[in-house]
Design a protein around this ligand. Structure first.
Ligand code: KIV
Length: 269
């Protein structure tokens, strides 16, 4: 028998129960060491498919594969103990049918040991969300601006500027909540629509570029750390890590070139 204390993570039902309660804190992470820091403060960590752009220099999330999500998901699970870990289902791995979604979501969960998956889409994904939840897979939904559909949407455009579209977005929120999602990411919608969506459903809304009126917030870690040279306009940068890294790499290069690099006996552990 092990004398180690079992790892107790925040659960999907605990996140679900935070509707109208203490605001939910979340960030993305794709990497064990950064996840270990985020784990101290976040209720859940999303291994988002934004890793395609952030980690792999892709133009969009459309080229991200299940294997990429599994590799980074494993790293984040290994680096953390407390937060709920949610892994994104990438484009093309869940939309076709509930069966396909279950097969791939189960693969992600068994390979990474994450506790939940996230998928994009509202009413059109309700049947799939119900299918997964009924078979033991907690699902976080994602509505509003859904990056995997940017080719259809025509780019990263704020949703809900035209009030005539609000009913569609509110119906999406109701559909995913009714299908059993434990929370829903609401991305890139105008503030009054975020307010209406948050009021309309009994599961927490997690905003990104969707005002402070959601039940929680998520940001891409590298954006808020100042590592993205052109972050989205709505992002508040909490640390200037891009500049710090530039200075650190420059100092190292300078030491190596000027033969001031510390000798081995000082640097080996
Ligand atoms: O992939 C991602 O990082 C996301 C967040 C932007 C919510 O889906």
């Amino acid at each position: 028998m092990s004398d180690q204390a079992p790892i107790r993570r925040i659960t999907a039902p605990q996140i679900r129960a935070r509707k109208n309660g203490e605001p939910i804190v979340s960030l993305t992470s794709y990497h064990a060491h950064t996840a270990a820091i985020v784990d101290k403060y976040a209720d859940f960590i999303l291994v988002g498919d934004s890793l395609g752009m952030v980690m792999h220099g892709m133009e969009s999330t459309v080229g991200v594969t299940l294997d990429m999500m599994i590799t980074h998901g494993k790293a984040v699970v290994r680096g953390t103990q407390r937060a709920l870990i949610v892994v994104d289902m990438p484009f093309g791995t869940y939309e076709e049918s509930p069966n396909m979604a279950f097969r791939n979501a189960a693969k992600v969960m068994t390979a990474t040991q994450c506790q939940a998956v996230k998928l994009e889409g509202g009413a059109r994904m309700a049947e799939t969300i119900r299918f997964l939840v009924d078979r033991g897979i907690p699902v976080m939904a994602h509505i509003g601006l859904t990056p995997q559909s940017t080719n259809v949407l025509g780019g990263f455009k704020t949703q809900g500027r035209d009030t005539a579209t609000w009913e569609h977005h509110i119906n999406d929120a109701r559909a995913v909540a009714g299908a059993g999602a434990f929370a829903v990411v609401v991305e890139g919608v105008v503030e009054p629509l975020a307010v209406e969506i948050t009021k309309a459903i009994d599961i927490p809304t997690i905003g990104i570029g969707a005002s402070a009126h959601c039940d929680g917030q998520i940001l891409v870690l590298e954006d808020m750390l100042g590592l993205n040279p052109s972050p989205p306009k709505f992002v508040k940068v909490y640390g200037e890590f891009g500049g710090m890294m530039d200075r650190a790499v420059a100092a190292y290069a300078q030491e190596v070139k000027s033969r001031a690099f510390p000798s081995d006996d000082e640097t080996y552990r």
